[in-house]
Unconditional design. Sequence first.
Length: 290
Amino acid sequence: MTEAERVRDLIDRLPGKVGMVMAPFYLLMFGIRELFLVARLRRRGLVAQGTVVDNVRTGDSAYGPDLSPVIAFIDTAGNHVEFTPVARGNGLELATGSTVEVIYLPEASPDARVNTAAHLLVPGLLALVTGGLVLALALTLILAFTPGTFSVGTAVGRWLMPAILLAGGGGMFAAGIQEGRAVTRVRRRGLRTRGRVIDSMTSDKRTYYVVGFTDHRGQPVEFTRPASTRGQARTGRAVTVMYLPDQPAQARVASRAWWVPAAALILGGSAMLITAVGVVVSATSNPGGM
């Protein structure tokens, strides 16, 4: 049986396994929709100033309650609009009372987004990477356990492992770019002040330290960052903090700001390059399988 005949035979058997591919296809469609929306916002979107009016609790994690900001703004028609950003998570927090720039379509102002690269691109790219990875896993299982196709080892080597390495490396590389742009923005437009490590914690075998400082308005601010050594998490240690005036909760420790994006770029880029070279070499030297 040729490769083309095996693929056609697989497609003929696919309806019985459709549940395995529904979830990744949903993620892929969500990612594509988000990126198309971002493209439309970039072409035709209007920019407005919004205010974070609240942070609502949406769940719990190992680090405490998960909070989602609620942003309010006035569109060109004079309507009061509130929305919750699609992009959430570590590094994307927005403090209540802070001012943010939002972008929206005139005909669909409730479908607004925070006008930063992270808030615009992370949801779509993350959905595409996750959907592609899950789809590769589903195809691997289908190919491996469908009679007349590939063995488990061949299916894993041909589909799953390269997909995992490329997705992981690509996600790490994208995260490095995101963090690097954020650090550059803070260095150019941010303020500097003295802070102090007030606490440390260990979760998932990683150590984190909590830094407290007082911003330019006299408000106490705390933020959490991962520690590469236990010495960084020493309680009472004085550090230099840099932050944007309108986003003090997203502060960075000045001396370690470039460590995370540099490591992510190097590791993610290396993983993608080595995997791509390995796939090309394997395909040219052994076209029938890996």
